[in-house]
Design a protein around this ligand. Structure first.
Ligand SMILES: Cc1cc2nc3c(=O)[nH]c(=O)nc-3n(C[C@H](O)[C@H](O)[C@H](O)COP(=O)(O)OP(=O)(O)OC[C@H]3O[C@@H](n4cnc5c(N)ncnc54)[C@H](O)[C@@H]3O)c2cc1C
Length: 412
């Protein structure tokens, strides 16, 4: 199966000379960082592990489209870190990392303290390229939310949809690749359409896309024609040039040759690796962090690993399940490097789920293998069009199981 068996030789990294100290610092307590922290803490290697995360509670982006459209409450997608650390000796430092010194092997924290590490793992997720759409920055996002970082932005978008009058237009502007959760904008469209069908049936949805096509397009378009006929208009980049500028004061979104005056605008800007990773020199000109695909050690700064959305790991999508897989691969590398402990490679496989209605979903299952120095996809199994309702309902059930599993892996 994917991933191979025990550690293969020759191994691409050496054991650290300073392995006796075994201090590991992990920046970011999201899907990647939290799973890595728990995996290492439960490995029995006795590492001193500090997880640095400024938020006291983490709201999952996964299933946030269900929250935004009134299908779940906020608490159901929000998790604290107490269970993660319980009984493991792992420390969760409720601060942000503000600077990394790769030569001194230290991280500065927002509280002013500096902590040392033998291995550092950077898992800060994404940041937005605020300069990419004219007029769209953090201030504009207070009127035209991106809701692409779950939390206050998701609450704002939900409130706007609830306040919108029947007959209004909801515009969503998905970004160019790569961005986190490739099918996420289209799941959001599906669930907003479901909400409109039930609550505001005269309303419309416009997708002003920065791309010419999108993942699972045939499955989504089939679902939209079946469940929400006539409600959704897709405008690919080839027709419009994509979203170019916004004017929040008039609720107007501009493409190259069009102006859209809308009731609710959900602008998802293009993305880049989290700031702390870029500041530390871990990103290349693409704005993302190149890594060795077996250990997730940075290709630019030795001794530092980058996992999750911030890393360059195509063909793996930027998704929660992939961040968890990378965490396990990275944990395996660190266990070997710092403790000489060989562990089996995890099965590198998982699925992205997308709801088309609240109780029907499609999925994209993939398996990956490390071969010839890179991750390659060995299997891609996508829900076909024309599936029965029963099948789609079963897939939605599997998505719920997945949510419970991944949040269990993250938070205990
Ligand atoms: C609407 C939506 C739906 C999605 N649905 C799915 C889905 O169904 N399935 C799926 O697999 N994926 C899904 N995703 C994608 C998934 O949420 C991300 O790919 C995943 O969370 C990435 O994990 P990560 O650890 O790289 O980053 P994140 O989970 O974003 O975590 C990064 C963490 O780092 C912290 N951080 C940032 N900077 C610092 C710093 N300087 N110091 C300390 N901490 C810092 C942040 O506070 C954050 O908690 C969805 C995403 C969206 C937006």
């Amino acid at each position: 199966m994917a991933g191979g068996a025990a550690l293969a030789a020759p191994f691409v990294w050496r054991r650290d000379a300073r392995a006796h100290t075994a201090h590991i610092v992990i920046i970011g307590g999201g899907a990647g960082g939290a799973i890595l922290a728990r995996t290492l803490a439960r490995s029995g290697a006795g590492f001193d592990i500090a997880l640095v995360e400024p938020k006291a509670r983490y709201t999952t982006c996964f299933f946030s489209n269900r929250y935004i459209t009134g299908l779940q409450d906020f608490d159901s997608i929000t998790h604290g870190y107490r269970g993660l650390a319980a009984g493991t000796g792992l420390r969760v430092l409720n601060q942000a990392a503000t600077a990394i010194d790769a030569d001194a092997r230290t991280v500065r924290l927002s509280g002013g303290e500096t902590i040392g590490w033998n291995r550092l793992v950077v898992a800060p997720g994404i940041d937005f390229r605020w300069d990419a759409i004219e007029g769209y920055g953090p201030e504009a996002a207070k009127t035209m939310p991106h809701a692409w970082r779950a939390g206050a932005q998701s609450q704002l978008l939900r409130a706007q949809l609830e306040a919108m009058e029947d007959g209004g237009t909801f515009l969503i502007a998905p970004p160019e690749d790569p961005y986190k959760c490739p099918s996420g904008p289209y799941e959001r469209v599906s669930l907003v359409a479901h909400y409109f069908k039930r609550e505001k049936p005269k309303s419309k949805i416009v997708i002003l896309d920065a791309k010419s096509d999108f993942p699972l397009q045939a499955q989504f378009e089939e679902g939209w024609a079946t469940h929400y006929p006539g409600m959704i208009e897709v405008i690919p980049v080839d027709f419009s040039g994509g979203p170019k500028a916004v004017d929040p004061s008039t609720m107007t979104v501009m493409s190259e040759d069009g102006r859209f005056k809308v009731a609710v605008a959900n602008i998802i800007p293009p993305q880049t690796a989290g700031k702390i990773a870029r500041d530390a020199g871990l990103a290349d000109d693409s704005g993302w962090c190149p890594v060795d695909h077996e250990s997730f050690e940075s290709a630019l700064v030795p001794g530092i690993h980058v996992i999750g959305d911030a890393a360059v790991a195509a063909p793996m999508p930027k998704s929660g399940y992939v961040a968890g897989l990378q965490a396990k691969l990275c944990a395996r590398a660190i266990l070997w490097a710092l403790a000489g402990k060989a562990t089996d490679a995890p099965l590198i496989a998982g699925a992205c789920w997308s709801h088309i209605t609240p109780d029907q979903a499609v999925r994209e299952y993939a398996e990956f293998e490390y071969a010839d120095g890179a991750i390659a996809r060995t299997l891609l199994d996508i829900s076909p069009t024309g599936e029965t309702e029963d099948r789609r309902i079963a897939t939605a059930g599997a998505a719920e199981h997945w949510y419970r599993d991944i949040t269990g892996e993250m938070f205990g």
